[in-house]
Write a protein that binds this ligand. Structure first.
Ligand code: MG
Length: 302
Protein backbone atom coordinates (compact mmCIF):
# COMPACT_ATOMS: atom_id res chain seq x y z
CA UNK A 1 0.00 0.00 0.00
CA UNK A 2 1.12 3.51 -0.84
CA UNK A 3 0.46 5.74 2.17
CA UNK A 4 1.00 9.47 2.29
CA UNK A 5 0.23 12.57 4.36
CA UNK A 6 -1.47 15.64 2.91
CA UNK A 7 -2.32 19.19 3.93
CA UNK A 8 -5.95 19.51 4.95
CA UNK A 9 -7.79 22.56 6.29
CA UNK A 10 -7.80 20.81 9.70
CA UNK A 11 -4.09 19.96 9.61
CA UNK A 12 -2.03 17.17 8.07
CA UNK A 13 -3.98 13.95 7.43
CA UNK A 14 -3.08 10.44 6.28
CA UNK A 15 -4.16 9.11 2.89
CA UNK A 16 -3.84 6.06 0.66
CA UNK A 17 -3.24 5.91 -3.09
CA UNK A 18 -4.64 2.81 -4.78
CA UNK A 19 -3.15 1.19 -7.90
CA UNK A 20 -6.03 2.46 -10.03
CA UNK A 21 -5.22 6.06 -9.07
CA UNK A 22 -8.05 6.53 -6.59
CA UNK A 23 -7.03 8.08 -3.28
CA UNK A 24 -8.78 8.22 0.09
CA UNK A 25 -8.60 10.31 3.24
CA UNK A 26 -7.78 7.66 5.85
CA UNK A 27 -9.03 9.73 8.79
CA UNK A 28 -12.49 9.91 7.21
CA UNK A 29 -12.43 6.36 5.83
CA UNK A 30 -11.40 4.93 9.21
CA UNK A 31 -14.13 6.92 10.96
CA UNK A 32 -16.66 5.05 8.77
CA UNK A 33 -15.15 1.59 8.92
CA UNK A 34 -13.18 1.39 12.18
CA UNK A 35 -14.35 4.20 14.46
CA UNK A 36 -12.18 3.03 17.37
CA UNK A 37 -9.00 3.23 15.34
CA UNK A 38 -6.61 6.15 16.00
CA UNK A 39 -6.28 7.48 12.43
CA UNK A 40 -5.50 11.16 12.85
CA UNK A 41 -2.05 10.76 11.28
CA UNK A 42 0.12 8.26 9.45
CA UNK A 43 2.27 8.00 12.57
CA UNK A 44 -0.83 7.08 14.62
CA UNK A 45 -1.69 4.36 12.08
CA UNK A 46 1.86 2.96 12.20
CA UNK A 47 1.71 2.99 16.01
CA UNK A 48 -1.63 1.16 15.76
CA UNK A 49 0.24 -1.99 14.75
CA UNK A 50 -1.25 -5.00 12.93
CA UNK A 51 -4.84 -4.03 13.80
CA UNK A 52 -4.51 -0.62 12.13
CA UNK A 53 -2.69 -2.12 9.16
CA UNK A 54 -5.50 -4.67 8.70
CA UNK A 55 -8.13 -1.91 8.82
CA UNK A 56 -6.27 0.16 6.22
CA UNK A 57 -5.79 -2.93 4.06
CA UNK A 58 -9.55 -3.63 4.20
CA UNK A 59 -10.23 -0.05 3.06
CA UNK A 60 -7.74 -0.48 0.19
CA UNK A 61 -9.26 -3.77 -0.95
CA UNK A 62 -12.85 -2.56 -0.85
CA UNK A 63 -13.45 1.19 -0.70
CA UNK A 64 -17.15 0.78 -1.53
CA UNK A 65 -19.26 3.36 0.24
CA UNK A 66 -16.30 5.62 1.02
CA UNK A 67 -17.00 8.10 -1.80
CA UNK A 68 -17.12 11.01 0.64
CA UNK A 69 -13.57 10.16 1.74
CA UNK A 70 -12.19 10.11 -1.81
CA UNK A 71 -9.46 12.60 -2.74
CA UNK A 72 -8.30 14.22 -5.98
CA UNK A 73 -4.72 13.01 -5.59
CA UNK A 74 -3.05 15.26 -8.24
CA UNK A 75 -4.60 18.29 -6.57
CA UNK A 76 -3.27 17.49 -3.09
CA UNK A 77 -0.42 19.24 -1.35
CA UNK A 78 1.60 16.42 0.14
CA UNK A 79 3.44 16.67 3.46
CA UNK A 80 6.26 14.43 4.65
CA UNK A 81 4.70 11.03 5.50
CA UNK A 82 5.71 11.64 9.13
CA UNK A 83 6.01 15.45 9.25
CA UNK A 84 7.35 15.54 12.81
CA UNK A 85 8.97 12.26 13.89
CA UNK A 86 9.00 11.67 17.66
CA UNK A 87 12.74 11.16 17.58
CA UNK A 88 15.68 12.13 15.45
CA UNK A 89 15.96 10.36 12.13
CA UNK A 90 18.62 7.65 12.40
CA UNK A 91 21.16 7.85 9.59
CA UNK A 92 23.99 5.69 8.33
CA UNK A 93 27.19 7.20 6.96
CA UNK A 94 29.55 5.68 4.38
CA UNK A 95 27.47 2.60 3.54
CA UNK A 96 28.28 2.23 -0.19
CA UNK A 97 31.84 1.34 -1.25
CA UNK A 98 31.98 3.76 -4.20
CA UNK A 99 30.82 6.59 -1.94
CA UNK A 100 33.49 5.75 0.66
CA UNK A 101 36.01 5.80 -2.19
CA UNK A 102 34.92 9.14 -3.66
CA UNK A 103 34.88 10.69 -0.16
CA UNK A 104 38.43 9.53 0.56
CA UNK A 105 39.63 10.85 -2.81
CA UNK A 106 37.95 14.24 -2.30
CA UNK A 107 39.39 14.56 1.22
CA UNK A 108 42.77 13.16 0.11
CA UNK A 109 42.77 10.52 2.81
CA UNK A 110 43.29 6.78 2.73
CA UNK A 111 40.18 4.83 1.84
CA UNK A 112 38.97 2.74 4.78
CA UNK A 113 35.82 0.61 4.62
CA UNK A 114 33.95 0.92 7.96
CA UNK A 115 34.14 -2.20 10.12
CA UNK A 116 30.79 -1.37 11.78
CA UNK A 117 27.90 0.86 10.68
CA UNK A 118 28.48 4.58 11.33
CA UNK A 119 25.36 6.09 12.87
CA UNK A 120 24.36 9.72 13.30
CA UNK A 121 21.01 11.52 13.40
CA UNK A 122 19.06 14.41 11.93
CA UNK A 123 16.60 16.30 14.18
CA UNK A 124 12.81 16.17 13.56
CA UNK A 125 12.91 19.92 12.77
CA UNK A 126 14.89 19.12 9.59
CA UNK A 127 12.00 17.20 7.99
CA UNK A 128 10.11 18.66 5.03
CA UNK A 129 7.80 17.03 2.50
CA UNK A 130 7.70 16.61 -1.28
CA UNK A 131 7.66 19.91 -3.17
CA UNK A 132 8.70 21.99 -0.16
CA UNK A 133 11.76 24.19 -0.55
CA UNK A 134 15.08 23.25 0.95
CA UNK A 135 15.93 26.69 2.27
CA UNK A 136 19.41 27.18 3.71
CA UNK A 137 21.06 30.60 3.81
CA UNK A 138 24.46 31.00 2.16
CA UNK A 139 25.58 32.58 5.44
CA UNK A 140 24.99 29.16 7.07
CA UNK A 141 26.61 26.98 4.42
CA UNK A 142 28.06 27.61 0.99
CA UNK A 143 28.47 23.90 0.33
CA UNK A 144 24.99 22.41 0.31
CA UNK A 145 24.87 18.86 -1.05
CA UNK A 146 22.28 16.12 -1.76
CA UNK A 147 22.24 12.41 -0.78
CA UNK A 148 19.50 10.05 -1.98
CA UNK A 149 18.81 7.28 0.54
CA UNK A 150 16.35 4.46 1.13
CA UNK A 151 14.44 5.18 4.35
CA UNK A 152 13.32 2.23 6.46
CA UNK A 153 10.29 2.90 8.68
CA UNK A 154 10.01 0.81 11.84
CA UNK A 155 6.59 -0.73 12.58
CA UNK A 156 7.21 -2.91 15.62
CA UNK A 157 9.20 -1.95 18.70
CA UNK A 158 12.24 -3.92 19.69
CA UNK A 159 15.75 -3.94 21.10
CA UNK A 160 18.49 -6.48 20.42
CA UNK A 161 16.75 -7.45 17.18
CA UNK A 162 18.41 -10.42 15.51
CA UNK A 163 19.24 -9.93 11.80
CA UNK A 164 16.92 -12.80 10.84
CA UNK A 165 14.02 -11.04 12.59
CA UNK A 166 14.79 -7.53 11.26
CA UNK A 167 12.12 -7.52 8.56
CA UNK A 168 9.43 -8.33 11.18
CA UNK A 169 10.13 -4.89 12.67
CA UNK A 170 9.83 -2.95 9.39
CA UNK A 171 6.58 -1.19 8.51
CA UNK A 172 7.65 0.04 5.10
CA UNK A 173 9.98 2.16 3.02
CA UNK A 174 10.31 5.79 1.99
CA UNK A 175 12.86 8.12 0.37
CA UNK A 176 15.11 10.41 2.39
CA UNK A 177 17.35 13.14 0.96
CA UNK A 178 20.13 13.60 3.53
CA UNK A 179 20.98 17.20 2.63
CA UNK A 180 24.34 18.24 4.03
CA UNK A 181 26.33 21.42 4.58
CA UNK A 182 29.77 20.00 3.72
CA UNK A 183 31.71 22.93 5.18
CA UNK A 184 29.90 22.50 8.52
CA UNK A 185 30.41 18.73 8.43
CA UNK A 186 34.12 19.38 8.11
CA UNK A 187 34.38 22.34 10.51
CA UNK A 188 32.68 20.53 13.41
CA UNK A 189 34.47 17.23 12.75
CA UNK A 190 31.28 15.21 13.08
CA UNK A 191 28.08 14.99 11.10
CA UNK A 192 25.19 16.21 13.24
CA UNK A 193 25.62 19.96 12.72
CA UNK A 194 26.15 19.86 8.96
CA UNK A 195 23.28 17.41 8.49
CA UNK A 196 20.84 18.79 11.05
CA UNK A 197 19.90 22.11 9.41
CA UNK A 198 16.25 23.15 9.07
CA UNK A 199 14.71 21.74 5.83
CA UNK A 200 17.69 19.41 5.31
CA UNK A 201 15.63 16.21 5.51
CA UNK A 202 13.16 16.00 2.59
CA UNK A 203 11.14 12.79 3.04
CA UNK A 204 8.45 11.04 1.01
CA UNK A 205 6.40 11.15 -1.13
CA UNK A 206 5.06 7.83 0.21
CA UNK A 207 5.63 5.18 2.80
CA UNK A 208 5.18 1.94 0.86
CA UNK A 209 4.28 -0.98 3.10
CA UNK A 210 6.82 -3.80 3.14
CA UNK A 211 4.46 -6.36 1.57
CA UNK A 212 4.81 -4.46 -1.73
CA UNK A 213 8.62 -4.61 -1.60
CA UNK A 214 9.49 -8.23 -0.79
CA UNK A 215 13.17 -7.68 -1.62
CA UNK A 216 14.40 -4.12 -1.06
CA UNK A 217 17.90 -5.09 -2.24
CA UNK A 218 16.81 -4.87 -5.87
CA UNK A 219 15.56 -1.28 -5.58
CA UNK A 220 17.43 1.29 -7.67
CA UNK A 221 18.14 4.73 -6.23
CA UNK A 222 18.66 7.76 -8.45
CA UNK A 223 19.31 11.42 -7.68
CA UNK A 224 18.98 14.10 -10.36
CA UNK A 225 19.81 17.79 -10.15
CA UNK A 226 17.97 19.89 -12.76
CA UNK A 227 17.33 16.66 -14.69
CA UNK A 228 21.01 15.56 -14.72
CA UNK A 229 21.61 12.17 -13.13
CA UNK A 230 24.17 12.47 -10.33
CA UNK A 231 23.65 9.29 -8.32
CA UNK A 232 22.50 5.88 -9.56
CA UNK A 233 22.92 2.63 -7.62
CA UNK A 234 21.13 -0.39 -6.24
CA UNK A 235 20.34 -1.07 -2.57
CA UNK A 236 22.19 -4.41 -2.91
CA UNK A 237 25.43 -2.41 -3.08
CA UNK A 238 25.21 -1.42 0.60
CA UNK A 239 28.20 -2.40 2.77
CA UNK A 240 25.89 -3.18 5.73
CA UNK A 241 22.51 -4.53 4.60
CA UNK A 242 19.19 -3.67 6.21
CA UNK A 243 19.10 -6.62 8.67
CA UNK A 244 22.66 -5.82 9.79
CA UNK A 245 21.79 -2.12 10.26
CA UNK A 246 18.69 -2.89 12.33
CA UNK A 247 20.52 -5.49 14.43
CA UNK A 248 23.44 -3.15 15.05
CA UNK A 249 21.36 -0.04 15.80
CA UNK A 250 18.95 -1.90 18.11
CA UNK A 251 21.71 -3.45 20.22
CA UNK A 252 20.92 -2.14 23.68
CA UNK A 253 18.69 0.57 22.14
CA UNK A 254 14.97 0.31 21.54
CA UNK A 255 13.59 1.07 18.10
CA UNK A 256 9.96 2.18 18.05
CA UNK A 257 7.10 2.39 15.53
CA UNK A 258 7.54 5.48 13.34
CA UNK A 259 11.32 5.57 13.71
CA UNK A 260 13.05 6.22 10.38
CA UNK A 261 16.46 4.88 9.40
CA UNK A 262 18.14 6.54 6.39
CA UNK A 263 20.39 3.75 5.16
CA UNK A 264 23.23 5.67 3.50
CA UNK A 265 23.92 7.21 0.11
CA UNK A 266 25.70 5.86 -2.96
CA UNK A 267 28.42 7.67 -4.94
CA UNK A 268 27.86 10.76 -7.05
CA UNK A 269 27.53 13.46 -4.39
CA UNK A 270 28.48 17.02 -5.34
CA UNK A 271 31.45 17.49 -3.00
CA UNK A 272 33.32 14.56 -4.56
CA UNK A 273 33.00 15.83 -8.15
CA UNK A 274 35.93 17.54 -9.85
CA UNK A 275 35.50 20.39 -9.44
CA UNK A 276 32.92 20.07 -6.62
CA UNK A 277 29.39 21.10 -7.57
CA UNK A 278 27.21 22.38 -4.77
CA UNK A 279 23.52 23.25 -4.87
CA UNK A 280 22.45 26.75 -5.82
CA UNK A 281 19.38 28.94 -5.76
CA UNK A 282 16.70 27.53 -8.06
CA UNK A 283 18.15 24.01 -8.40
CA UNK A 284 15.63 21.16 -8.42
CA UNK A 285 16.71 17.96 -6.64
CA UNK A 286 14.83 14.75 -7.48
CA UNK A 287 15.39 11.54 -5.53
CA UNK A 288 13.77 8.49 -7.08
CA UNK A 289 13.53 4.90 -5.81
CA UNK A 290 11.74 2.04 -7.62
CA UNK A 291 8.30 1.17 -6.22
CA UNK A 292 8.30 4.25 -3.96
CA UNK A 293 8.28 7.28 -6.26
CA UNK A 294 10.09 10.56 -6.77
CA UNK A 295 10.85 13.08 -4.05
CA UNK A 296 11.25 16.48 -5.71
CA UNK A 297 12.42 19.62 -3.85
CA UNK A 298 13.49 23.05 -5.07
CA UNK A 299 16.51 24.67 -3.44
CA UNK A 300 16.59 28.21 -2.07
CA UNK A 301 19.84 29.70 -0.83
CA UNK A 302 18.98 33.25 0.27
MG1 MG B 1 23.71 10.30 4.21
Amino acid sequence: MKLFSFEHADGVRPGILLEDGRAFDLTLAAARRAPNLAASSLRALIEGGPEALAAVSAIAHDPTGLEDASLDFPGLRLAAPIPRPRKNIFCVGRNYVEHVKEGAQANKIEMKIPQAPQFFTKPPTAVIGPGASVRVARAVTERLDYEVELGVVIGKAGADIAPENAYDHIFGYTIVNDMTGRDLQRLHEQWFKGKGLDTSCPTGPFIVTKDEIPDPRILNLVCRVNGETRQSAQVSMMIFDIPTLIASLSRGMTLEPGDIIATGTPSGVGFAMEPPRFLRQGDIVECEIDSIGTLRNPVETP
